[in-house]
Ligand binder design. Structure first.
Ligand code: ADP
Ligand code: ZN
Ligand code: ZN
Length: 732
């Protein structure tokens, strides 16, 4: 009989798997793919994942080593995830061992055995349920715990109750609440769903029925609707059916979208266990949530990008909210698109997938055009409010005050006077993006990047937003000694100052990376914004996405020109998405909203189209342009990037890479470059890139399959850091 060979994915930068003999006394033919295996690797041991048991190998018998230990009795990675990762490793040309381990929680990667207990969760006892939180004015923290537990019909983890342990123990002592191990079965497993008393609109009803009808088979839906049109309500109603069929729902949202409000909304609706997976978890918490999903004891899994690798005991549906959002694509290491993996996974599992967005990506719209995805549209906003009026302010020649034009200032005043809330968007933090010497023209540059330093007034520092370096602000010009240093342009800090002097009686809330660094700051600023305490809200992307401010009546986009002339082919798509997203913050509930965009290019055709006819018309035109220029979705791209401390090396490496490809045959694939990256030097390293473009995906994939494994053998490959990005989100 042939010897059994274990084919193992081992975390390493090498583009292949490794063969081992089974450990002593192991019945190899019975082993299932997906179990972890401890193996000798070089002089160390590593933990790999069994891909298959084979009866042949190309390794010579003398060099085959036995594995040390099988760590799991049953596979950690179920078939759907294992196959999905195999597919992704192949499609993104990422080493299989590294890709497989990326799919596992860190503790399992390190060989942790058994299960972890989560922090106990807490639920009300019957006695506790009869206590009115309002009667506890002397004990506000106990009152808040009661209130939270009253609202959520099921247990809550301590983290979400957000009070010291002592408070919970006191309440436990009074018999009001009790701890519950989260692996225990939930309180009343039957009839878990609270009936909502919401009456769906016609569009919502149509969407819910279409998706419900497809449960149990693969179907991809694009659910398009502006903010406030009731997409989330559609998700909730569909999830209700999924849970009633005893299946699980996996919902992915952008990092910034996984807010306590969203989680609360799910909790209030579904008295079931919800597993949360996001970047703020400790390794133990992550593993615990992973186990709740895998064992099936959490019917709902809410997570960000990497949650796509969460195993499900009984998959029922996948939902990707804000499917156009760039944070769904991993930008380093294993560069996968969680959205595209999700579509793959739902096809494999034969379950429906819903992609939701107010501003669908052009790729997804093209899939609708091709008939691959079904388009469900929510045409109107819930409630009386119509879509906001969008207007342009031509700022050419206008006397600007710290980036604010007189008409914008007047509009702000008008809305404040009418008791409206105002939201201003500027995607640039700091005080000013440049510091220049008025005497000689010297400009403060980063020493490590081809970039200017941004002046931050709060700590009187110059900061580089590309590499993070900081230095003290000069009082005099280092070149000519003049004291006439002036700041050019504006960031959020400066606009906040200006607003303070124009509207001193109205409280302002500024939300950007600088004001939200410490834990809890973002939440408290958002509370201030939502409660209506802050009248003028100012911020970057952090404010534009995912949050609902029902009383905002005016949205001002301070500088649309940044996006109009970006150097990447996706710049205008991103600009349009951002404008619509920001605009969606205005005029919810029953107040009509107004949106004002400041620009030097009021005649810009794409901007005009977007404003006059909306996102769909913009997207149609943008798709035509992509078709004419042979760009995605009408072509596939891959970007090979290289960087090194020496300037010549990245280009040399890429030139060798290009010759290698030429020798392998490149039918159907075109090259652009190699060229230095648009920002050639960043964080002290020189960067260059080679772009591959093919009208047919299969041509590109055929080339990459031959090419990538050979790249590591190229002459300069060890002198540069290189990476391949398939379907890059930007080409910068
Ligand atoms: P979106 O996800 O598209 O932004 P939501 O589902 O959050 O929209 O809906 C916006 C608001 O309208 C929410 O407060 C939601 O509870 C409410 N809502 C949604 N659908 C309905 C409906 N059919 N009737 C009444 N209120 C609704
Ligand atoms: Zn000078
Ligand atoms: Zn820098």
């Amino acid at each position: 009989m042939n010897q059994s060979i274990l084919r193992i994915a081992v975390p390493s930068p090498l583009h292949r798997s490794f063969d081992y003999l089974p450990p002593a006394e192991c019945d190899a033919p019975l082993l299932q793919p997906g179990v972890r295996v401890r193996i000798p690797f070089g002089h160390a041991t590593r933990i790999g994942l069994l891909l298959e048991v084979s009866d042949s190998t190309s390794v010579s018998p003398k060099r085959l080593r036995p594995a040390l230990q099988i760590l799991d009795a049953s596979p950690l990675l179920a078939d759907d995830i294992r196959h999905m990762v195999l597919w992704a490793s192949d499609y993104y040309h990422h080493p299989i061992g590294d890709a497989m381990t990326a799919a596992l929680p860190t503790l399992l990667r390190r060989g942790k055995m058994g299960t972890v207990q989560g922090d106990p969760a807490w639920r009300l006892t019957d006695t506790g349920a009869r206590i009115d939180p309002l009667s506890l004015q002397q004990a506000p923290r106990q009152a808040s715990v009661l209130e939270r537990l009253h609202k959520s019909p099921h247990e809550l983890p301590r983290k979400e109750l957000d009070v010291p342990m002592g408070v919970l123990h006191t309440m436990h002592g009074k018999g009001w609440i009790e701890p519950l191990q989260q692996t225990a079965p939930p309180k009343d497993a039957a009839n878990l769903v609270l009936k909502s008393n919401i009456r769906l609109s016609r569009d919502q009803q149509a969407a819910v029925s279409a998706i419900r009808d497809s449960l149990g088979e693969f179907h991809a839906f694009l659910l398009e609707g502006v903010t406030g049109s009731g997409k989330t309500e559609v998700y909730l109603q569909v999830i209700e059916s999924v849970i009633n069929q005893n299946h699980q729902a996996l919902v992915l949202v952008p990092e910034i979208g996984l807010t306590p409000q969203l989680v609360d909304r799910f909790r209030r609706r579904f008295p079931v266990r919800i597993a949360l997976l996001h970047s703020g978890l400790s390794d133990r918490e992550r593993l615990h949530a992973w186990q709740l999903a895998r064992s099936g004891s959490a019917p709902i899994i809410l997570g960000t990008r990497s949650a796509i690798f969460t195993p499900l005991q009984r998959p029922g549906i996948l939902i990707i909210d804000e499917e156009h959002d760039t944070s769904l694509k991993q930008q380093d290491g294993f560069r996968y698109s969680a959205r595209d993996l999700a579509v793959w996974r739902s096809r494999f599992c034969r379950i429906p997938i819903v992609l939701g967005s107010a501003t669908p990506s052009l790729e997804t719209l093209e899939n609708v055009n091709l008939g691959k995805y079904r388009h469900l549209i929510l045409h109107t906003r819930v409630g009386a409010a119509g879509l906001p009026q969008i207007g342009l302010i031509d700022v050419r020649g206008k006397r600007m005050q710290d980036g604010l034009s007189p008409p914008l200032l007047a509009a702000i005043q008008r809305h404040l006077d009418a008791d409206g809330q105002v939201l201003l968007f500027l995607n640039r933090r700091g005080y000013a993006p440049a510091l220049i010497c008025h005497a000689c023209g010297w400009i403060a540059h980063c020493e490590r990047c081809d970039a200017r330093m941004t002046f931050h007034a709060s700590n009187h520092q110059l900061c580089c937003h590309h590499c993070g370096s900081q230095r003290n602000m000069h009082n005099t010009c280092p070149k000519c000694g003049s004291a006439a240093l002036i700041t050019l342009g504006q960031g959020t800090e400066r606009v906040e100052d200006a607003l303070a002097s124009h509207f001193p009686d109205h409280e302002r809330v500024r939300i950007d990376r600088d004001t939200t660094r410490r834990k809890g700051e973002l939440e408290s600023l958002l509370d201030k914004a939502r409660s209506g305490h802050g009248r003028i809200l100012l911020g970057t992307q952090m404010l534009a996405k995912g949050h609902h401010f029902p009383d905002v009546t005016l949205v001002g986009i301070i500088d649309a020109d940044q996006g109009l002339f970006g150097s990447d082919f996706r710049s205008s798509e991103r600009m349009a998405q951002l404008i619509i997203q920001v605009a969606g913050r205005a005029g919810r509930a029953d107040r009509p909203g107004e949106v004002i965009i400041q620009t030097h290019h009021p005649e810009h055709p794409q901007l005009c189209l977007l404003i006059r006819e909306g996102y769909a018309a913009f997207a149609k035109a943008a798709l035509e342009e992509r078709r004419a220029t042979c760009l995605p979705p009408y072509a596939s791209l891959a970007l090979l990037r290289a960087e090194a401390l020496r300037r010549d090396l990245p280009m040399k490496f890429l030139e060798c890479a290009q010759s290698l490809a030429a020798s392998q045959g490149t039918q159907g694939v075109e090259y652009w470059g190699p060229v230095p990256s648009p920002m050639e030097r960043r964080a002290g390293r020189y960067r260059a890139q080679l772009l591959l473009q093919a009208p047919r995906r299969s041509d590109l994939q055929r080339l990459l399959r031959l090419w990538v494994p050979e790249l590591e053998r190229l002459e300069h490959s060890r002198q540069v850091r290189w990476s391949l990005d398939v379907d890059p989100q930007d080409t910068l």
